[in-house]
Design a protein around this ligand. Structure first.
Ligand code: UDP
Ligand code: MG
Length: 324
């Protein structure tokens, strides 16, 4: 019997979890009887009734597992925790709890990985329905920049919605970084991917958890995580501006010392100074961003902390994590 684990990150999804559960169990029961399937809900520190609902579901249905975090650690952390547990299955799927990722697509995905020899079957969106204009144009810009400068190519329509073989998830878990950008990681590990077009649905209930600010942070992580280009850019710009100022300096010196023209020099030198100052600050900022990442990675803190789960029998949160 082949096994399938479906990882579902949930953050304040009380309005939609039951709907999701009903729809996804329908899909699972329509699958060939040769699969055994578990649902792995990761409650990312929800402050609403998400956890009690998951616990009730788990009591009713032994194939429901939940992992509940001590606070909100973000979707990346939730996916990581889910994959760490689900890596024991033959196939591992990831999908959102809000039904924007149609569970019915799982059937096709499973066919591609199980029967057609693909390692990954992932959804690619054909539209951005149900998303604000500003959000979709910002994210288009991000993917354009990112693909120009990064060593991995991330399709602007690629989604986290996917089914992977065990070996792919093992490769993803091999990556030790704490600041995780799954779209980059999934692309970086490679493997044989089947892209399936998928129309984005409206959220079934509840609200999006991604503010523009959160998305911006995510975009910066995505770019800085996969390229050193901004650092090189600072070197190239620094060199260029050095040459320009050198030329300016020679020009000013010639005017000042040989032509004895004392009028033109001050504005010239002042503007050059401010210009260089600005550029220096800008690249210090870029350096700072990389340094901050090195700092975070070397602290090597856990990506998430589990407070309750039924995936480990009799789990109690270790005292040293309770901060008591
Ligand atoms: N999510 C999460 N932690 C967060 C934010 C979101 O686990 O901090 C989950 C959320 O419950 C949902 C999925 O990630 O299942 C996608 O989030 P959302 O629907 O808010 O994002 P959008 O679809 O608007 O991009
Ligand atoms: Mg959503």
């Amino acid at each position: 019997m082949k096994t399938l684990g479906l990882v579902v990150p949930c953050y304040n999804e009380q309005d939609v979890i039951r709907l999701f559960y009903d729809e996804v169990t329908k899909v699972i029961s329509s699958l060939n009887a040769s699969y055994s399937c578990e649902l792995v809900f990761v409650d990312d520190g929800s402050t609403d009734k998400t956890l009690p609902i998951l616990q009730t579901l788990a009591q009713m249905d032994p194939s429901v597992k939940y992992i509940s975090f001590s606070r909100n650690f973000g979707k990346e952390a939730a996916m990581l925790a889910g994959m760490k547990y689900a890596v024991k299955f033959d196939y591992i799927g990831i999908l959102d709890a809000d039904l924007q990722h149609s569970p019915s697509l799982l059937v096709d995905m499973l066919r591609y990985v199980d029967e057609e020899g693909y390692d990954v079957a992932a959804a690619k969106r054909v539209d951005r329905e149900g998303e604000s204009r500003l959000k979709s144009s910002l994210s288009n810009t991000f993917y354009k920049i990112s693909n120009k400068v990064s060593e991995v190519n991330i399709s602007d329509s690629a989604q986290d919605f996917r089914i992977m073989r065990k070996k792919v998830v093992e490769a993803v878990l091999e990556m030790p970084e704490k600041i995780r950008f799954s779209k980059g990681i999934f692309s970086w590990v490679g493997f044989n991917v089947k892209w399936i077009e998928h129309e984005n649905r409206e959220r079934a209930a509840g609200q999006t958890k991604w503010s523009i600010k959160k998305l911006f942070r995510y975009a910066v992580d995505g770019i800085l995580g996969y390229t050193n280009m901004p650092l090189k850019l600072s070197f190239v710009c620094g060199g260029l501006f050095f040459l320009i100022t050198l030329a300016l300096l020679i020009y000013a010196l010639v005017k000042y010392l040989i032509l004895l023209d004392y009028n033109a020099t001050l504005p010239l030198i002042l503007s050059a100074m401010f210009f260089i100052g600005g550029v220096l600050l800008m690249f210090l900022g870029i350096l700072g961003e990389y340094l901050a990442r090195v700092y975070t990675e070397t602290k090597s803190r856990p990506v998430y902390i589990i407070s309750q789960t039924n995936t480990i029998p009799d789990y109690t949160m270790p005292d040293y994590l309770k901060g008591e």
